[in-house]
Design a protein around this ligand. Structure first.
Ligand code: ADP
Ligand code: MG
Length: 678
């Protein structure tokens, strides 16, 4: 065993009762207690007297001038008074209910005091003191999360004992070269420092060590899993015909952006290799993901394979079908398969798919019903992947003999989250928009501006343009939200005196009704669409130039960005108007950020900073790794470093080499991962 593994009961002074208390904190063995780190530290910096702030907690160092005098008052209460010289100034010290200290504190001693500062009286009410000139920094107090009757005094005493008797059992498992190049303390040093920090610098390095250690182990596990996964599934090497693919690209009405070209190369490389692709393609709204998808699907066709594109809604499926038809005319047989294709027609279509008379199928989840079988599915693409459940995604994948799979999303996932939650996927990013796009002008206004907004929309409609209005939200209530949308719809009809076509969209409409409303809007029959947030992701109505969002402060930045992405899709200048009256500073800051930046990735990073990783996907994400010391958001640089190191270790089989022996042992304690690799 690398780590000592002695029962906590073996430690002197630990009986059944203490062991029970420790067990409630999941501490059973000596290494458990050593790795039970403080969840935070109170740090008081020593400052010159001049800079101490009245009524704040401070730490000062001085010499005792007079022996303490002890006074009793009330029932068993006591006050100890003494004077300390600090920087040549006499400072009064008061300590309550610690009569015993009188015997310890004497004239002439050096002393460090922490407590509340009274600047007017030059007086400190001491909560903690330390005698003598010590190297240890008295001003850092570890704070543990303790349970039951366990006190921090008892806990630290125990820790000290365990450390004294077991510190030589704490073994290093990181290769020396890593400690050297990152200047990290050894495991033993770091554990000691976490509990008994000598000073801030040492503590910082100890924490750095554990952050790196946690990330490296985590990333190694991810990468090993990925490797096992890759080697155990035979993918299909798709021998696509390069010239034909190039000819198709040249036939497009635009040249690919560098970012599109780069991601395309990454995907094609995967398709050609025998590995089964499992890749996430991220790109902001309008960055040209669909074009990349079309090229890849066509590449599969030139390799005599079939392709599938699954999208979340019928209207999107239809839009994609039409644009694919016009792009790939004469090059591939394309079919549309949605819930509306029923009975005999459906049977006919599924037959043609099974015979490979159809090369590319575009559809909704109708695509993954049991009756849909492919002859030879080479590439499956899932658009707006977060809208589908994991099970649905897997079903599509299982339709082919290990087809390559590409997930696309326009919700930029911050890199830190991408490499943790999607750690077993490769990630490609289109981080550039086609040139010549007009930026959407974003304004943040208060609700009393609403009539002016309606007049502004009227002006746009007169110019032939269209608008969306996202209706107000009521917390936790779909029903009331719908009522709001209905009311707002009425209000608009009245305001415009029924002179403008206003559509209404909400979650209670049937799929067919929703499609009808969307179609009328897309065909410019409806000029203004009042909607709850159900307004379709990815819908493309280039003629819409105004997006008004009620209660904007209730949305995450990424979600607002998605909604904003419904406009700005054509030639004309577009506008996004946020109606919000946020209460707190954070809320105001978020509205400012929205108004100032159009970059989805920057917004998602900001969102992550402001809301934390748990909330990023709108609900608590299960399966998010938990770290003791590390923080994915705050320590993202270390995460990136650890990821690269893990990659290098796994790719070069370094775990089989001498220098990595202990690291390998450490990982094998975690499970049977490594056996599969040997
Ligand atoms: P996304 O799916 O990422 O939102 P699309 O692929 O739908 O983006 O592209 C948005 C619009 O930009 C489409 O009208 C498409 O034809 C166009 N487009 C795509 N790539 C380019 C490019 N490289 N240059 C100019 N226009 C492009
Ligand atoms: Mg798209």
């Amino acid at each position: 065993m690398l780590e000592m593994n002695q029962s906590i009961l073996e430690v002197k002074g630990v009986g059944e009762k203490v062991a029970e208390q420790l067990a409630s904190m999941n501490i059973y063995q000596t290494n458990d207690i050593l790795e039970y780190f403080p969840y935070r530290y109170d740090i008081y910096e020593e400052k010159p007297l001049q800079e101490l702030i009245h009524d704040e907690k401070v730490t000062i160092k001085g010499k005792v001038i007079y022996d303490p005098s002890l006074h009793f008052f009330g029932k068993q209460k006591s006050r100890l008074n003494f004077t300390v010289e600090v920087e040549g100034v006499a400072v009064k010290a008061i300590m309550f209910n610690r009569a015993f200290a009188k015997k310890q504190i004497h004239q002439g001693q050096d002393i460090t005091l922490t407590g509340k500062w009274d600047a007017h009286r030059l007086q400190i009410t001491v909560s903690k003191y330390k005698l003598g000139e010590t190297e240890e920094d008295n001003s850092i107090t570890p704070i543990y999360s303790l349970k039951g009757e366990m006190t921090s005094y008892k806990f630290q005493k125990l820790l000290k004992q365990v450390l004294e008797s077991h510190e030589d059992d704490i073994k290093e498992f990181l290769p020396v070269s890593y400690l050297e190049s990152y200047k990290l303390p050894t495991r033993k040093e770091a554990i000691k420092t976490m509990h008994f920090p000598k000073n801030r610098v040492a503590l910082k390095h100890a924490r750095r060590r554990f952050i790196y250690e946690e990330f490296l182990l985590f990333q190694l596990k991810m990468q090993l899993l990925r490797k096992i996964h890759r080697e155990s599934t035979k993918g299909n090497a798709q021998a696509y015909r390069k010239e034909e693919v190039h000819r198709f690209i040249a036939s497009l009405p635009f040249t690919l952006t560098d970012a599109q070209q780069k991601t395309l190369n990454e995907i094609l490389k995967d398709m050609k290799s025998a590995y089964r692709m499992n890749r996430l393609l991220q790109g902001d709204v309008g960055s040209g993901k669909t074009a990349v998808a079309a090229i890849c699907l066509y590449a599969a066709v030139t390799a005599n394979k079939q392709g599938a594109l699954m999208v979340p809604t019928e209207i999107l499926a239809e839009q994609h079908y039409q644009s694919f038809q016009s792009m790939l005319e004469g090059r591939a047989n394309i079919a549309l398969l949605t819930g509306s294709v029923k009975g005999k027609k459906r049977k006919e279509l599924t037959n043609r798919i099974e015979n490979q008379e159809i090369d590319i199928v575009i559809g909704t989840h109708a695509l993954i019903q049991e009756d849909v079988l492919f002859k030879d599915l080479g590439l499956a693409i899932v658009d707006e992947q977060h809208r589908f459940g994991v099970a649905q995604r897997r079903t599509l994948r299982d339709k082919g003999l290990d087809p390559d799979v590409l997930f696309m999303t326009a919700t930029p996932i911050p890199r830190t989250l991408a490499i943790t939650t999607f750690g077993d996927m490769d990630v490609s990013v289109i981080d550039q928009l086609p040139s010549g796009r007009k930026t959407i002008e974003t304004l943040w206004v208060k609700e009393n501006m609403f009539e002016r907004i309606l007049d502004f929309i009227h002006e746009r409609v007169k110019q032939g343009e269209q608008a969306y209005i996202i209706s107000p939200l009521i917390e936790e209530s779909d029903k009331l939200d719908i009522q709001n949308a209905v009311d707002l719809h009425h209000q608009l009809l009245t305001y415009y005196d029924n002179q403008i076509e206003v559509g209404l969209m909400h979650g209670r409409l049937s799929a067919a009704e929703k499609d009808e409303v969307m179609r009328d809007f897309a065909d410019n029959k409806v000029k203004i669409l009042v909607s709850t947030t159900v307004v379709e992701v990815g819908v493309n109505v280039p003629n819409a130039t105004v997006m008004v969002i009620y209660d904007a402060e209730r949305f995450g930045l990424s979600q607002l960005h998605q909604l904003r992405g419904r406009v700005g899709r054509g030639e004309k200048q577009s506008y996004c108007i946020l109606i919000a009256e946020p209460k707190g500073e954070v809320g105001k800051e978020r509205m400012r950020i929205m108004a100032e930046t159009n970059d989805g990735f920057e917004l998602s990073e900001q969102d992550l900073q402001l809301r934390g990783p748990g909330d990023f996907f709108g609900r608590k994400q299960s399966g998010m790794p938990e770290f003791k010391v590390a923080d994915m958001v705050h320590d993202y640089r270390a995460l990136e470093t650890a990821r690269q190191d893990a990659q290098k270790i796994v790719e070069n089989n370094l775990l089989q080499t001498e220098g990595y022996k202990h690291l390998k042992e450490m990982l094998s304690e975690e499970g049977a991962l490594l056996e599969k690799l040997d």
